[in-house]
Design a protein around this ligand. Sequence first.
Ligand code: PEP
Length: 249
Amino acid sequence: MRQKIAAGNWKMNGTSAALDELTALSKAPPMAECTIVICPPAPLLYRAVEQSSGTAIKIGAQDCHTATSGAHTGDVSAPMVADTGASYVIVGHSERREAYEEQNSDVLSKAEAARDAGLIAILCLGETLEDREANNTLDIIGGQLTGSVPDGANSTNLVVAYEPIWAIGTGKVPTFAQIVEVHDFIRTELNNRFGTDTGNSISLLYGGSVKANNAAEIFTAENVDGALVGGASLKAADFLPIIEALANS
Ligand code: PEP
């Protein structure tokens, strides 16, 4: 049985007042096999961990550096994230791949740093609209998997999130068949590389304009084990119906 995960990426949104949303989320009834992960901005990590202690909510960072410490002004290392009590970290989000020109090799090093710090990496993959229109989606995803998923990956250190770049924050969602095709492909690639016991145990999330009105259908796909949600995770009132749809899937 794979872990179902509803992960919220707050991006660069929220000051301490946003922690009230964690309180609202923590009132959700306990949902078996369903993990809620909130990834707030780094300055809120420690308080978010404190505030969610004793609830079903786990906390994650949105990025980490590849090094454990050193002269990297403004960066945060994986051991620092772990030291806050957070248990997850997003790596390879397309906004970082684009804005900071992160390559697969950088994402690989970040996922390794996360693993070595005892964190679970939520590793993001996704194609551009040009890739999709040129029928290159599976090639791109395959290359990202090979280039950025570390050796030794398993369900205790890795979650994979498929996020078509053209669907992030745009309100555009791939067809159900497109989501199924890519998730089935990722599952097969993981099984081929790590063996079926390990490959089948790694949770795969879909991300890109997931909302209350499309979540239930997306979660019916066999290899979709949850969602990575941006905009609709900022308010508990918007995120809770997505979590409930996952729990009921
Ligand atoms: C994201 O940034 O990972 C994301 C999926 O954003 P949104 O849900 O807003 O499309």
